[in-house]
Write a protein that binds this ligand. Structure first.
Ligand code: NDP
Length: 390
């Protein structure tokens, strides 16, 4: 019999094992995270509880509303959809069920929203020719209004919309989403910091090929519903985004030339392309084109400064804008554009303005300015490019 009998071994092994287990338990207790309570941390970015968010009606459930505006609300922190307005009841019902929106209106009972306290803000996503009427009716019903770009068919309509907002003490904004888009804001802040020196020239190219058989393009080719042509729909991105990058400056002269085939049947009512130029008070020049005759889709902005340049290509798309800064240190990307960010930020930004009783970052006056500039560019193009002093 050896000293190491099974029993004695077992006892020693058990003791040793017990000691090891006790030590391991103590060690693991010491290392483990203990479950303890913690007070609510005051993160201002926390989404509000749904019932506390400001209620919105989305008016017109078309391509852009369904694809971008509604998902933007889903990602928002302080805004929620409480009503849909649509001329297509089955579509409104389907979307209402999907997004938990139970108040459904049409264009006939639209004014009944006046008595609906769940709706504080209205987002107009209708064809341009309907913007003024539905904006003014919503303002008169006591709602704040964010209206899609371009603001309206004429600068006279813009003036009536602004007057209605003032008369009813409500905010009026134009949905220039690029002002809420991260990569464009990164480019703006680099330019404000002097990263490319004084900006001397901005070049803007925006366009796509208009398809008269595609319903969302069809109304864009009809003057009554579209207000204008390629400058209204797509060229406006160049103007508005370029002016965003030159805060404190102002246009003093514009000119334009039509740049589309005059015999193209698509352009019987609205223009299919314009090459335009704008002289600023600072001496900087912005030039660009807006076209329904470009393929593939293009959205490009170039900022040329005394010490560098920034190229954004694409510049104003929904999800994937890119910016490249070139200076004495070479070329490198700036900014980042997470999908959906601009749409959610835009509605939350308008909610904040409405709650605080102050102007939105892109107010009705900005939309009016841009329509007046496009009207002046048209006037120049109608006169074979004769410059128009502003
Ligand atoms: P769509 O044609 O896809 O949608 C327009 C919707 O408006 C229709 O689905 C319909 O909705 C409603 N509507 C009411 N009356 C009419 C009418 N007479 N003819 C056609 N539609 C009518 O257009 P978009 O979604 O492309 O454009 C809508 C608005 O959004 C425009 O102002 C456009 O400039 C703007 N937009 C802005 C963009 C941006 O990036 N900021 C991008 C794209 C568009 P219902 O059936 O529900 O009544």
């Amino acid at each position: 019999m050896t000293e190491h009998t099974p029993d004695s071994m077992n006892r020693r092994q058990l003791l040793a094992a017990g000691a090891t287990a006790t030590g391991a338990l103590a060690t693991s207790r010491a290392l483990a995270q203990e479950a303890v309570g913690q007070p609510l941390m005051g993160d201002p970015q926390l989404p509000e509880a749904p019932q506390e968010r400001t209620g919105w009606a989305v008016v017109g459930l078309g391509t852009f509303a369904v694809g971008q505006v509604i998902p933007g609300f889903v990602a928002a922190n302080r805004s929620r959809m409480t009503a849909f307005v649509s001329g297509t009841p089955s579509k409104a019902a389907t979307l209402g069920e999907r997004y938990g929106v139970s108040r459904l209106y049409d264009y006939d009972n639209y004014d009944a929203m006046a008595g609906d306290d769940s709706v504080e803000c209205v987002y107009i996503v209708l064809p341009v020719g309907l913007h003024a009427e539905y904006t003014i009716r919503a303002l008169e019903a006591g709602k704040h209004v964010l209206c899609e770009k371009p603001m309206a068919s004429t600068s006279a309509e813009c003036e009536r919309m602004i007057a209605a907002a003032r008369a009813n003490g409500r905010q009026l904004g134009v949905a220039y989403r690029v002002h809420f888009e991260p990569t464009n804001n990164a480019a703006l802040s680099r330019m404000n910091d002097g990263a490319i020196g004084p900006v001397r020239h901005i070049r803007c190219e925006h366009g796509f090929q208009a398809n008269p058989d595609y319903p969302p393009h069809k109304w864009r080719l009809e003057k009554k519903l579209a207000g204008g042509g390629s400058m209204f729909d797509i060229g406006i991105y160049g103007i508005n985004t370029a002016l965003m990058m030159l805060p404190g400056d102002r246009p003093v002269e514009v000119s334009g030339l039509y740049s589309y085939p005059q015999d193209d049947p698509r352009f019987a009512e609205v223009e299919g392309g314009v090459d335009w130029r704008m002289r600023m008070a600072s001496g900087a020049v912005i030039s660009g084109s807006g076209s329904y005759c470009y393929s593939p889709y293009i959205s490009r902005q170039t900022y040329l400064g005394g010490q560098g340049n920034i190229t954004m290509d694409p510049a104003t798309t929904y999800y994937d804008n890119d910016a490249l800064i070139s200076d004495g240190n070479g070329a490198r990307p700036i900014g980042a554009s997470p999908a959906i960010a601009q749409f959610a930020a835009q509605v939350d930004g308008f909610t904040d303005a409405a709650r605080e009783g102050r102007a939105h970052r892109t107010p009705g006056e900005m939309g009016h300015r841009d329509i007046a500039l496009i009207e002046a560019i048209y006037a120049s193009a109608d006169a074979d490019g004769t410059p128009v002093l502003l």
